[in-house]
Design a protein around this ligand. Structure first.
Ligand code: A2P
Length: 307
């Protein structure tokens, strides 16, 4: 079913539709993963920081789908930039697997490994407890090491602007395979997506539906196109990104929506016309610009229009 594949510069292929698991509650995510795999998903997007990888692993095993048929991504958390393999080992143990298909640097922001709060550490003065003497390019070296050891099949980035990718490329031996970003109708980041493609880096969309309580699902332009093409608005939002060769990672723990997102995205991929794509491409340019995920680090990551 999710046979739609995109090639990575590592020689691997990634299923273009994956199940997102951020904010999926541990007691719900195992069932969500199991259902997704039963319905045809072959790609699960995880992260150490989501705190639910153990339950994701339970869902993988419950599905009975062989590990070799599922593409699994996880992400290195900020407090582990100096110890990439340690974070990876925890993720592998939690998921119950001995390799990942793709490992990403979650945020290009090294955080104090000894901070009080591993999620968003704060200093007593209220400022962020970041690891300012650590260079992100050395984190990438750590990523290259675990790739060389065969613990992961591809490595990549997340939340990296063009400025940050350029910085990493100055010393990289391996070009990142992917960069996972907030990408959707109201935040299409056309320039960054074109830049990534020019470098052979596959863009991946988190929050493709606009995250929780999303106004995108009521968007007039997307809804009109959905009505014309006999699709749901959510299908149009997902198919729009697929048509741009962007990997989509819709999150759901609701069985009906998990299945509908897979079927609907593929249907919209087929039915959207070139004219629909032009209209959708212009939605943000015509004033509907919005980001839903605010980076909590208090530093300039080099993104346009963040905020
Ligand atoms: P739920 O898990 O209850 O389905 P995003 O992937 O952009 O972050 O969006 C995820 C949010 O949208 C979640 O709150 C999810 O809730 C909800 N959602 C997922 N799929 C759909 C859909 N097809 N229609 C409406 N809401 C959806």
């Amino acid at each position: 079913m999710s046979s739609h594949l995109i090639e990575l510069n590592s020689g691997e292929s990634i299923p273009a539709i994956g199940l997102g698991t951020w904010r999926s509650k541990p007691h719900e995510v195992a069932r969500a993963v199991e259902i997704a795999l039963e319905k045809g998903y072959r790609h699960i997007d995880c992260a150490w920081a989501y705190g639910n990888e153990k339950e994701v692993g339970e869902g993988l095993r419950a599905s009975g789908v062989p590990r070799s048929e599922v593409f699994i991504t996880s992400k290195l958390w900020g407090t582990y930039h100096r110890r990439v393999e340690e974070c990876l080992n925890e993720t592998l143990a939690n998921l119950g697997t001995d390799y990942l298909d793709l490992y990403l640097i979650h945020w290009p922001v090294p955080m104090n490994p000894n901070g009080n709060d591993p999620m968003i550490p704060k200093r007593p003065d209220g400022s962020r407890d970041l690891d300012e003497s650590w260079d992100i390019r050395d984190t990438w070296k750590g990523m290259e090491e675990v790739l060389k050891k065969g613990k992961v099949k591809s490595i990549g980035l997340s939340n990296c602007s063009e400025m940050m990718v350029e910085k990493i490329l100055t010393t990289a031996n391996v070009i990142p395979a992917a960069n996972q970003l907030e990408l959707h109708l109201y935040n299409p980041q056309h320039k960054l997506v074109a830049y990534l493609k020019s470098k052979g880096i596959v863009p991946q969309a988190y929050s493709p539906l606009g995250s929780m309580n999303s106004p995108l699902l009521q968007d007039e332009v997307a809804t009109n196109i959905a009505n014309t093409r006999q699709l749901k608005t959510s299908d149009v939002l997902l198919g729009y990104l697929l048509r741009k060769d962007i990997v989509i990672l819709p999150k759901s723990t609701n069985p009906a929506r998990i299945e509908a997102n897979l079927i609907g995205a593929l249907e919209a991929y087929k039915r959207l016309t070139a004219e629909d794509m032009v209209v959708l491409d212009n939605v943000a340019a015509n004033g509907k610009q919005k980001r839903f995920i605010m980076p909590p680090w208090g530093i300039d990551l080099g993104f346009e229009n963040w905020g």
